[in-house]
Structure formats: C-alpha cells, structure tokens
Design a protein around this ligand. Structure first.
Ligand code: BDP
Length: 704
C-alpha cells in the first residue's frame, strides 16, 4: 500500500467480522448523470461493498424495492420516486440522513453532495466493522469547509512537503487531472466542500485565457465529488494586465474584475469564490490607494455576488516590522486592522483568521479577532501542512492543538462565546462561517509526504463538519480505516499520536515562547536566536536574565487588552496566566517559579529531555507493529520515526544549550551539555559527508 487511497481503502474485512451481516444486494442511486455526486456515490458504494465484503452488487438508477438495497439520493428526488417520507429529517445545507436496518439502507441528502457524504459515512462504518442499526441526521456545523492549497503556477508548493502540485506545472494547468479527482474523493469522504487551488501569494497569470479554461477542467475533475473550487487573487492583477491602477474604487478596475469574474464563471459555473491575501508580506492591497481592507474585499464581493460566490478575506495582515520599537507587536495587528472595519464588509465576505495571532506556532492563545467581529462572518484558518511543526518529518497529530482554540471561550459580553460557535455563525447570528485548512498535498503517493500525517487531513475534515468532536475518537476512526482493526495497531498509533503534539512542544518551544524554529527562512529545526533582532520575530526577548514578551496592557504591548474583559484580566495577571502561555504574555526571570513549582529555566531543561524521550518511544511502539502492517507503509513510517527520534535530540540539545549558555544557570539534573544518547557524526567514518561548522552552533553538540 503506497498510501494513495489513504483512509478510503475499502480493505477486505476478515470474515469473522461480518459473519452475521446481511450485505445489501442492490444499490439504487437516484441520478443517472455520471458527473453527479449521487451517481458517484453509487459507484463508491459498489466499490466499497466489493472491497470490504468481496461482494458484487449492481447499481440501478430507477426505483427498485427498498428491501435489501441501499437507496441513495437527494431528499427531493427520493420523494419524487418513492413518495413522501414519513418523518422528514431536519437537514441544513449539505446535511444527510442515514438509516440502516439490516440490509435496508437509506441515505438521503439535503443536496447531491450531502448524499455522497452519507454514503461515505455508511462505508466508513462498514470498513470499521460497525454494523449497528442507526437512523440519524448529520448536519455540518458550518457551510464553509474548505481546503487551501498554496500551489504555485510553476508546480512548486509553498510550505508543501508532499511533492509537486497536482494542479499546476510550467505556468499552466496539468493535462492529467486524475489526482485532482482522487483528492476530491478524499475530501468528500470527510465532508469538505470547497478548495482554493492556488497559493495565497498569488500569481496573476492564473487569470489568462488558457488558465481560466484550465480551471474549468480542475472544477470538472472535482465536481463529481461535490468539491467546488475557488482561487486566490493577486490584488494588483488589473495593473499586470495593462491598467494604470489597481485602486479598488476605480471604475476601470471594477469593470476589469467584473469581466474576469464573468469569464471565470463561464468556465466554472459553480465556482466557490475568491481567497484574498492583501497588504500582507509584500502582497499588494487596497492600502496602496488609501482604501480600507473592507473596500478591497467588497470589490470582489460585488463581482461575485450575482453568482453566489464568496470572498474569503484573510486577516493575516501586519506591518509591525519595526524592530527598534519594543512596543511593536505583530500579535496586535489583526485586531488593529479589522476591528474598526466590523460591519463594513459585504455579506458575502468572510474574514479568514489564523487560529493564533502570530503564525501557526506550536502554542498560541486564541486569536482575539474572533471576539472582535460581531457584524462580520468569520472562518478559522488551520494549517494541516506542518510548516512550523516538523514538516511531516515529525509525527505531530494536530487536532489537540486546534481544539485549544476551537473550544476556547472568549466570553464576549460575559457570555459563552466559544470559538466553534462563533465560526459556525451561531454566536453572532452570521449567515456564513466555517474553516479553511492549509493542506498543501502534492503528487507524492502519501499526499502529504508521510502516511501518519494523513490523520491531520482526515481530522481536519471531521472537525470542520463538527468541531465539538473528540480528537482521539476521530483519530481512532482514521487508524481503523487506514490500518485495519488490529487492537495493537489501534493502541500503539493512538498513543503515539496523542502524545505527539505535547512531545513536540516539549522539545521545541515551551511556555508559549513559540516554536523556537528558524523563523526567517526554513521554519524547520531549532534556531532560537533567529526569533529576535529581526522584524519578523522579536518575541522571545531573551537576555541573560530574562525571557518572554510582555504583552500586558500595564507594562507591555497591550495585546492582552484585545480580549473581552474576563479573558483579558486572566492574561494580564501573571498569577492567572496558565503556565503554557506564560512567556507569550509576560517577561520574567529564568528563575521565575511556575504554578507547577519548577522554575522557567528548569522547565525548559526538563521539558526538552522528556519530549525527546517520548519521541524515542514512538519508534519503539511502531516496531511492535512489524508484521501487522504491510511492509511498504511499515517501512515508510519506521524511517520517519527513526529520523524524528534523532532530530528530537538535536532539538533538545540545541535549545537547552542555547538557554544554558545565555542564562548561565545549570540544569539541576546535570544533563545539559552532556548529550546522552547522541552519536557525533564527526566521530564516525564518513563517506560522502564532510564535517561542517554549523550555524546556529548549538544545533551541533560540538559545533560541527
Ligand atoms: C507563513 C508562511 C508563508 C505564507 C504566510 C501566509 O511561512 O509561506 O505565505 O504564512 O499565511 O506562515 O500568508
């Protein structure tokens, strides 16, 4: 198994698992159009029953007796064919009804793609050996459940670790879009309904005639699975196509975007919308013309409105790059920019907000922007690709991290204001909302670059559908679907996955200091000194006595004041700030005692040793599964976990040495500087390698 079918494998179930199950003998898919999701669902059901039970079942498209059949269709179509339902399920957009009574199965969707979701849910039950009788409606918590791909027109992928783009190469759309269809299948299996196919750092050449036609082909490839496509825009495109300006209020610019949008809808009649990164990290935007970000967003909203499309406008806008001003805090930027604009965005604009105020770090507090927009629809942006979290070379199961934000109660107006209820639209009565997950899958057969990281993509979809779900039970569904029903496999992968994010946090950056990775370029590996003294970072603010960034209102950058009062006062006071965010909010001595009783510096040492130790156990756990997993996937994971075990030690030693050197405070347990379990490359016989002075020097135990 090379990983290509990920968790939708329909692997055969051992006979013993389904001995008593009456397998349906017919599939009735109530649509004859081959590109329709209901038709697709019929095929999936057929493949699934064949794969799981080895039983060939025919697919019909017209009314047949319901007994011993899987009947699938939209509620409307079903009612037309079979007559009125006795108890009509309450379904919202994309919701489905699933009922199983032995071999009589009914799958009804509020729309076409919803029926397909129901089929995947049914097959997921079967593949996990679950034959219970069920009858329930499943509705998504929010309408926007999208993926973002940061694919470039040349075929590379920004922050992608799974190979080249499945959509683009050499400035244009690839001929063979089989992988796009297969990707849509994976996405639909977990309820994802939209995808932005190109990088937020967009290239206007996507809008040339040939490429617009190509986008039509991508949409065609994904439509049978109900996944609608959208694109990222380069705000300055009109100028790149010859206009003298890209001012969003200029009539010629408005006309240009109106025409482009029309041309796009000719090729992609169901286009989901646009994603816009404006005035951020060198990208052009409305501020060039002294227009507001809302005026920028509304330009596209108006162009899309006649077609029902939406604008995802990113809140990742900051200009606090002035390193000489100690009060400049990038964390403040989103609220500073967007709060004054609340109520000024058109109704089909959704502000897309990264989970934390900085940038996908190993631990961040919840972005306070979620609490500050009451008249604007919002979506959370999560990063499935592990940019700052080990780039798929480390196992890091991300949902427990995401849940710290999704489940966070911001206490707006002293009332329950849980992030997941804000992005669903419920808390502030917004018509739109949801999630965007930056996936960056590529042509690698594992999609993401490693098999185990697929759990993050799977869980992203499940949480976008219903963010209140438990990450561990989602994980276990994924394990059974991916590796089968062996309990040893289930337990081992559950344990290592659930321990992986805490371990990574332990051996990277602790107490809210952020990931401590290289911040300027690679975002990989330890590089604590890169965090300060440059305009991008400046947030550890470490010297030989103290560390942490004071973000209080009283003495610091004022960031804590961006939260509603209950939360603000918790973070303002060092006594009520949780240890895991202490250094995010406060600047303290290395000897400052934590609630746990340890000092800050001793916590750094202890956490790094225990995190690296935990990473060694992942490898051992995996080795107990030899023979229980097919060799191809076993070896792939073994290789990665072996690497992680080693690299966690590199992390451990680099960070503990760095702060040991800086603070001069010894490790109580006298480990730091001794490098247990470490083998020096320069003391080995090297073939094809040369000793090399490493920067930062702490990364190598002997500078080399
Ligand atoms: C940063 C990434 C960069 C992205 C940027 C963004 O390093 O590649 O372009 O975020 O989200 O984390 O726009």
């Amino acid at each position: 198994d090379n990983g290509l079918s990920a968790w939708v494998r329909y692997a055969p179930l051992a006979n013993s698992h389904h001995f008593h199950y009456a397998i349906p003998s017919k599939i009735v898919a109530l649509n004859t159009t081959e590109t329709s999701p209901v038709y697709t669902a019929g095929q999936e059901l057929q493949d699934g029953l064949q794969g799981i039970f080895g039983k060939q079942v025919t697919v019909e498209h017209a009314k047949c007796p319901a007994a011993s059949s899987v009947v699938i269709g939209t509620v409307d179509e079903y009612t037309k064919v079979y007559g009125k339902l006795q108890n009509s399920p309450e379904l919202v957009e994309d919701g489905f009804w699933l009922s199983t009574k032995g071999s009589e199965v009914q799958i009804l969707g509020q729309n076409e793609r919803a029926a397909l979701y129901g089929a995947f849910e049914y097959l997921s039950m079967l593949a996990q050996g679950n034959f219970s009788q069920v009858a329930y409606a499943s509705n998504p918590s929010a309408p926007i459940r999208w993926i973002n791909q940061w694919d470039n027109m040349d075929g590379s992928i920004e922050r992608g670790y799974g190979g080249q783009s499945i959509f683009f190469s050499n400035g244009t759309i690839v001929q063979n879009l089989t992988r796009a269809t297969e990707y849509a299948r994976l996405l639909a299996s977990v309820g994802i309904n939209g995808i932005i196919v190109n990088n937020v750092n967009a290239n206007s050449s996507l809008l040339n005639e040939t490429n617009i036609i190509g986008l039509g082909r991508i949409a065609d490839a994904m439509r049978p699975y109900g996944v609608r496509i959208g694109i990222s825009l380069d705000f300055a495109s009109p100028m790149e196509y010859g206009l003298p300006t890209f001012d969003p209020l200029d009539p010629s610019v408005i006309e240009w975007w109106t025409n482009k949008t029309e041309a796009l809808y000719q090729q992609v009649p169901d286009m989901a919308g646009y994603l816009v990164k404006a005035d951020s990290e060198g990208q052009p935007g409305p501020l060039t013309y002294n227009r507001t970000l809302a005026q920028g967003g509304n330009l596209f909203a108006k162009a899309l409105q006649p077609y029902g499309g939406i604008v995802m406008f990113r809140a990742f806008v900051y200009n606090q790059l002035n390193e000489s001003d100690w009060r400049a805090d990038r964390a403040n930027a989103a609220v500073d920019f967007f709060k004054p604009l609340d109520g000024e965005f058109d109704d089909n604009v959704v502000v897309q907000i990264k989970y934390g105020p900085i940038d996908f770090q190993v631990r961040e507090p919840t972005s306070p922007l979620f609490a500050n927009l009451h008249k604007t629809s919002t979506a959370i942006e999560l990063e499935i690709t592990q940019e700052y979290l080990g780039q798929q070379c480390h196992l890091v199961y991300l949902p427990p991290l995401w849940k710290t934000v999704l489940d966070f109660d911001l206490r707006v107006d002293n009332k329950s204001s849980i992030v997941r209820n804000i992005i669903s639209g419920q808390r502030f009565n917004r018509p739109l909302g949801g999630s965007a997950g930056v996936a960056n899958v590529g042509t690698n057969t594992t999609w993401l670059g490693s098999i185990l990281s697929q759990s993050n993509l799977y869980a992203y979809g499940r949480l976008a559908w219903q963010p209140a779900q438990d990450p561990e039970s989602i994980l276990q569904d994924w394990i059974r679907l991916t590796f089968g029903l062996d309990t040893n496999v289930l337990n081992a992968i559950t344990q290592m996955s659930m321990e992986s994010w805490p371990a990574y946090e332990n051996y990277s950056g602790n107490l809210g200091i952020q990931t401590l990775t290289d911040i300027l370029y690679t975002h990989y590996g330890p590089n604590p000194q890169s965090q300060d003294g440059n305009g991008w970072g400046q947030w550890t603010r470490a010297d030989h006595l103290t560390i942490g960034m004071d973000r209080t209102v009283t003495n610091g950058t004022g960031f804590s004041g961006q939260y509603p009062p209950e939360v603000a006062s918790m973070y303002e006071d060092i006594a009520t700030t949780p240890d895991n965010l202490l250094l995010w909010f406060h600047h303290v001595n290395y000897t400052h005692p934590l609630h746990s009783g340890e000092t800050v510096i001793q916590h750094f040492y202890n956490a790094h040793y225990s995190g690296a130790l935990t990473a060694q156990t992942f490898l051992q756990l995996w080795q107990t599964l030899k023979g229980k997993i097919d060799p191809e996937r076993y070896e792939e994971v073994l290789f990665r976990l072996t690497y992680q075990a080693g690299h966690s030690i590199v992390w451990r030693d680099a960070i503990t040495n760095f702060y040991n050197n800086l603070s001069g405070i010894p490790d109580e347990a006298q480990r730091v500087g001794h490098h247990p379990w470490r083998i020096e490359a320069e003391s080995m016989t090297l073939s094809g390698y040369m000793p090399y002075a490493v920067s930062p020097f702490e990364t190598a135990s002997n500078y080399t």
